[in-house]
Design a protein around this ligand. Structure first.
Ligand SMILES: CC(C)(COP(=O)(O)OP(=O)(O)OC[C@H]1O[C@@H](n2cnc3c(N)ncnc32)[C@H](O)[C@@H]1OP(=O)(O)O)[C@@H](O)C(=O)NCCC(=O)NCCS
Length: 178
């Protein structure tokens, strides 16, 4: 388990300065410990609640299936991590190692990241991504990739802040019912 100490609302070395729609924890709250660890079955209700807050849909069956696939915490290929503050799950990240996709050397993929609104702008997602990156590095991969919706400027701002840049691939899709 990775443990780091952050000030709520003031977690990273660059300092925190914005309000997230008034949801940022007050700057004068005492120091809290954030723990990054592998998900456990009993975390799922909180994960589902965070996801439902972002998507507007409670997807219990989907999350049970994700937990079965990514939640064993054993192999180096699949990672489902949560961030915990004062015993509460406040965010999660999911990623996997993909082998020789499109002829490319193995790389890490992050395909879900979410932080509860009242804990945003406190460095939680940065810590989650940092732990995922460390896990992939231990597996020997040197590249992290993701894909995101064009209009999701929030997640784009976050990934850009972490150093991610436009990659060499373009997404394509087609309707299968024609
Ligand atoms: C994107 C998200 C994960 C960021 O979580 P977070 O814990 O607030 O992120 P951090 O505090 O680690 O922020 C790191 C950097 O991201 C960028 N960032 C984060 N929130 C931002 C915002 N609201 N506006 C602009 N930049 C932002 C900033 O550069 C920030 O660094 P700074 O505060 O030093 O400027 C969170 O806002 C979220 O869960 N959003 C909704 C979920 C979502 O859309 N998920 C994607 C689908 S998988």
């Amino acid at each position: 388990m990775t443990r780091v100490t952050i000030r709520a609302g003031g977690g990273n070395t660059r300092g925190r300065r914005r309000q997230a729609g008034g949801t940022r924890p007050p700057a004068d709250t005492p120091e809290r410990r954030i723990a990054i660890r592998a998900v456990r079955r009993r975390d799922l209700d909180q994960v589902i609640e965070i996801d439902a807050g972002a998507t507007g849909v409670e997807r219990r069956v989907y999350w049970l299936s994700v937990f079965r696939r990514y939640g064993d915490g054993e192999g180096p290929e699949r990672h489902f991590l949560v961030a915990e503050i004062d015993g509460r799950v406040v965010g999660f990240i999911i990623g996997e190692l993909r082998d020789w996709e499109f002829g490319e050397p193995p790389c890490g993929w992050v395909f879900a990241i979410d932080v509860a609104p009242e804990f945003r702008l406190g460095g939680v997602a940065t810590r989650l991504l940092g732990a995922l990156r460390a896990g992939f590095r231990r597996s020997g991969v040197r590249k992290l990739r993701t894909i995101l919706a064009r209009d999701n400027t929030l997640i784009l701002s976050f990934f850009r802040s972490q150093g991610m840049m436009t990659g060499p691939f373009i997404p394509l899709e087609m309707d299968l019912d024609v």
